[in-house]
Design a protein. Sequence first.
Length: 395
Amino acid sequence: MVDKVLILGAGYAGMMTASQLERISEPFTLINKNPYHYFTTLLHEAAGGRAEPINYCVPLSDVLRKPSSQIVVDEVVSIDRERRVAMLKSGQERSFDWLVITLGWVPEYFGVPGLGEHSLVLSSLDAAIQIREHIEGQLKAYMDDDDLRHLRIVVGGAGLTGIELLGELLDWIPELCLKYGIDRQLIELQSIEASPTILPQVSESLRQRAVVTLARKGAKLRTNTRIVQVTRGVVHLDDNETVEAGTIIWTGGVRANPILANAGFTVDRRGRAKVNEYLQSVDDDHVFIAGDSSWCDGEDGRAMPPTAQVAAQMGHVLGDNVRSAVHGQPMKPFRAHLMGTLASLGREVGVGNVMGMPVRGMIAGMFKEGSKVKYLWELGGLRLVGDKTHQVINL
């Protein structure tokens, strides 16, 4: 059996593509390693104990309900472009006429010895749960042996993911301290960043606001500091300093899934496959690529940032373009409309810009919450928004 349209991955781009195709009743098969779609931009909340993990995902079958929408829970391991086949972890092969690749990212460790082996990465909902359980486990370990190493948390990387995770942990730690009877002053949270500044996505004034806010909450922010090696429980820095920590989390870099390069697509230095203005592969006009998997140039000639808002917008366009391609109709070019960048600094405050206007504090926090509702509305309408807001008030 040949799938007319095969979608690989249910991240923001893949899920929005599938949702758009379902709305117009265009048949497709979606392959995803989990039976749910999780909100990657909210994983720091799941890792930091804000709410139960179930609040940060939605079952694929809750979004895709029509008989024309087929869901296969399996993991893609390779793509054979010549045979037009996707190979799955189960050993199954899926043939296709048209392919949509939205396989997301994998961690980029930049060749740092031991970093991949001895750090946690906020890469999935399961990883968020692992981080959450690991941190609680370290506090329990301290109760047994009074070793302060258990109480030090190092977050490598001070971009959007690293800072949002740091802010969330800073708000969660006092709750854990009350739960386990540990003095809050004993717990140390360090952010280690090789660049001169944190949050390069926002303006200098907003960065300074973030620095002040996080420092007041108890974070130790270190910039111009490079991690050169990681061994079990120890972060080695470029000035020969070592930092012993019970929890080491890496958020310092991502690259596209290596399946793309292995399949022979034209890729950039981050492994993203080059696409044209219609989000078609420059190597194969029967293959569409979006989200973190795609190397898509904006109107300024620079590659589009690998953000959730860009991925979701790509999904909107892909739904139309895939249908048009299948039926031999004209496609429309992708034009991103960047609404801004928001970084939460904990459960109530944040910094960022919206439509070119700087926002900070609780106002930024409110915009961040609003962006969640907006995405749920676009994905599944009132039904999906109602389901998630019923589960957790901050969604």
